[in-house]
Design a protein around this ligand. Sequence first.
Ligand SMILES: NC(=O)c1ccc[n+]([C@@H]2O[C@H](COP(=O)([O-])OP(=O)(O)OC[C@H]3O[C@@H](n4cnc5c(N)ncnc54)[C@H](O)[C@@H]3O)[C@@H](O)[C@H]2O)c1
Ligand SMILES: O=C(O)[C@H](O)[C@H](O)COP(=O)(O)O
Length: 380
Amino acid sequence: MKIRYEKSLPLAQDYFASLGDAQGYDVGTLTPEQLVDVDVLAVRSTTTVTPELLSCANRLTLVGTATAGINHLDTRYLDAQGIYWMSAAGCNAQAVAEYVLSVLCNAHAENFTDLAKATVGILGAGHVGTALSQLLDAFGVAYKLYDPPLQQQGDSRSFCDWQSILDCDVITLHVPFVKEGDYPTGNLIDAQVLAQLTDKQLLINACRGEVIDEPALKQRLQTENAPRVVLDVFANEPAIDADLLPYLWLATPHIAGHSVEGKYSGTQMVYEAICDLLGVTAEKSLSDFLPEQPNLHVALELCSDQSDNLAPAIALMLSVYDVKEDDKNFRQGLAGPETFSAMRKNYRIRRELAGHHVLNTSLLDPTQQAQLAELGFNLK
Ligand SMILES: NC(=O)c1ccc[n+]([C@@H]2O[C@H](COP(=O)([O-])OP(=O)(O)OC[C@H]3O[C@@H](n4cnc5c(N)ncnc54)[C@H](O)[C@@H]3O)[C@@H](O)[C@H]2O)c1
Ligand SMILES: O=C(O)[C@H](O)[C@H](O)COP(=O)(O)O
């Protein structure tokens, strides 16, 4: 069995070497000829899998992407060729949900969004939307879900209509980028939608840049009464429109899903798919590779504002992951497509909330303790 993998998959050799001849390629270097006699191609979103790329692939059985998004795979072509493909659905849902929560905590800290009163509109209630709704439940923050495909499939949760989502204090996008079908998402947030949003609202995009009409966004952000906007994703990555950045409240280089857990899980899922293909038991698991959770003891000095019931959870959340640090690094480091890619490749080690130890929690009231436990913290 020959496996070709994009070197951006963490732990690829550790996972794949025992399954066959596993060889890595650098992002952007894979040629059609390198797929001759290859059985499995393992990618992330930085390899676009087209008919041209696969034109010499004479034995390809499986294309696996260690990402949630699949818009870089020509799935129609793969289906027509009888090549099985899979994605790492849900691998980084918690990471993206924590990214959004970090944005919300910052908005609350700046008195822009009062989380005790605000309603968050979640557009797309799949893995990420659901993980986010669970974090918001822990915080006691109100939210609405919008997801017509899931609603049509009979999902038992309560969904709202399009206008209700646009009326929310925060609108956060978690849909796939889909060009065709009953529910296309390209430019879902277009000039007309942007015109409706006001400077009391926060718009977050951590799904795909193409879901927002970016030129229209740039225009809107230069007019009166414009919403606050946070972008993790951009049209035409890595050659993004850097002129947009000054108009954004927060901007990051497509790293919302890049927690250690999120990235390792992606490789784990591709490994499991290859094991299935071979009919062998998957013997490796995430816990074989995840480093010990950093011994982060969060002191309650962080939780000084006892007048705000959410203050301890917010302080702890931001001490574990503050998106503002990523925003600062991005604005300082961006000089072109290469630096966009390099910042993603060399992204810092970011661990998810679950497992962090919190000391002195007996000083908190039971509601606050429950909030922390629901967020995944280990209370000591
Ligand atoms: N920034 C990042 O690092 C990052 C990380 C993970 C995922 N993503 C992106 O976020 C997307 C969502 O991730 P996920 O894991 O939740 O995927 P998912 O497939 O589990 O959920 C997507 C949801 O969107 C819904 N949907 C589809 N079209 C819709 C429409 N027109 N209107 C409303 N809802 C619609 C689907 O029914 C589904 O429930 C991915 O496709 C990927 O592009 C980005
Ligand atoms: O779709 C996903 O899972 C995310 O957008 C993910 O962060 C993409 O990761 P990349 O392969 O570009 O690092």
